[in-house]
Design a protein around this ligand. Structure first.
Ligand code: FEO
Length: 394
């Protein structure tokens, strides 16, 4: 468990969680990392920690650079437990009196998490801290990913400690973008879709602000996944693209089914979309995790949701998915609903109500099938697909 040099006197001392498969409802099939960084300056500084179960791994890496007791201060850029869970043991180890720098909201959060009388040093947006040869400039990044979040920028190394931004849930031995190449981008896209999508407007403002400030970036160090040192501009450009959510000629048909009737409708709709030149994904909710579906929806121009009616309501997997999607606030999409039923048939109305709540552009009232869809219903499905295709960019 060795530390990894990022630049002279700055080391990655985080932990690799090879086996995490569920990150608060996000399927992390490739595990994750919790990145912490050690800055060896006149003030020896630890930037963020790891999940509490991984403190020994972090300490093993730190100890190969310096005795942890010699750490002079800690920066908490983000207080969610995957980065702050290790703080109680670390503060105990390095000395409870050592300064702990965080945002004002971070101070409140950490006090609520841990009930410890640590030497909190809340910092202002734009505040600075001299470490000796280096400086850290603090930049509030509220809601990226929590209200407490901030970046710490080191101008001498043109290096940004970016907290949750620009991360990926990916466990591997690669630490840098040049070691993995563009194979990391699908993981970064999934991370954006499932963590940062609701804050897309803030992402665009932040990128504008960073551009206005003229921050030169040679290295971007996120709190998850690989570090961007070859081409930080690549991930920043991707964030701008993902945040804009410009509609593409792509549709995601997502559904569940009881006796294959809604499934049959989904298949006919997907094929009709394809014939209309729409890139189409067909995703059964008991085969695809919600976090995979939302990743496909992120860059789609249309989302079509199908559900059977069960006990006067939605099928449970569809209700789960719609709840998840609503929280992530996707924008600039057209939408349509479909589904089969036996006698009451509320599902399509309920899906449309969720679409309205999400402010999606519902382009068709929806197609319902009593029991097994007949030719007339399937023709209505084709017509629904045609209207969706017409509403998408050419
Ligand atoms: Fe990686 Fe918002 O925590």
């Amino acid at each position: 468990m060795k530390p990894v040099k990022v630049v002279d006197d700055i080391y990655w001392v985080g932990a690799i969680d090879w086996n995490v498969r569920d990150f608060h409802g996000y399927a992390t099939y490739q595990g994750s990392t919790y990145n912490a960084y050690l800055v060896m300056d006149e003030k020896i500084t630890l930037v963020d920690t790891v999940k509490k179960e991984f403190v020994d791994e972090m300490l093993a890496r730190i100890s190969q650079v310096v005795d942890p007791k010699k750490i002079d201060c800690v920066i908490s850029n983000h207080t969610e437990m995957d980065h702050s869970g290790g703080l109680p043991r670390m503060m105990h180890r390095i000395g409870e009196e050592k300064p702990l720098y965080c945002s004002k909201v971070g101070h409140r959060n950490l006090s609520s998490h841990f009930k410890e009388a640590w030497n909190y040093q809340p910092v202002e947006n734009g505040g600075t801290l001299s470490l000796g040869k280096r400086t850290l400039n603090f930049l509030e990044t509220r809601m990226l990913h929590w209200p407490d979040s901030m970046f710490s920028y080191c101008p001498e190394d043109r290096l940004l400690f970016a907290s949750d931004a620009f991360g990926q849930h990916y466990a591997g031995l690669e630490r840098f973008d040049d070691e993995i190449g563009e194979a990391i981008l699908p993981h970064a896209k999934k991370y954006y879709a499932n963590i940062l999508l609701p804050y897309s407007a803030l992402v665009l403002k932040l990128v504008d602000k960073v551009t206005e400030m003229g921050l030169a970036l040679d290295v971007v160090c996120p709190d998850h996944g690989i570090i961007w040192r070859k081409d930080p501009g690549l991930i920043i450009g991707k964030y701008v693209e993902w945040a804009r959510q410009a509609p593409r000629r792509k549709a995601v048909v997502v559904f569940d089914t009881m006796w294959h009737s809604t499934e049959k409708m989904a298949g006919v709709i997907a094929e009709a979309l394809g014939r209309a030149g729409v890139e189409t994904r067909l995703m059964h909710l008991r085969s695809w995790h919600r976090s995979e579906v939302i990743t496909e929806i992120q860059d789609a121009g249309a989302v079509l949701v199908g559900s059977p009616t069960l006990n006067n309501g939605l099928f449970p997997t569809v209700a789960d998915f719609l709840c998840y999607m609503k929280g992530l606030k996707p924008q600039n999409k057209v939408a349509a609903a479909f589904g089969s039923h036996g006698w009451s048939g509320e599902a399509v109305k309920l899906i449309n109500a969720e679409f309205e709540a999400m402010k999606l552009n519902v382009v068709h009232p929806g197609v319902k099938s009593a029991f097994v869809p007949d030719d007339q219903v399937l023709e209505a499905c084709v017509d629904l697909a045609r209207q969706v295709a017409e509403a998408l960019p050419a």
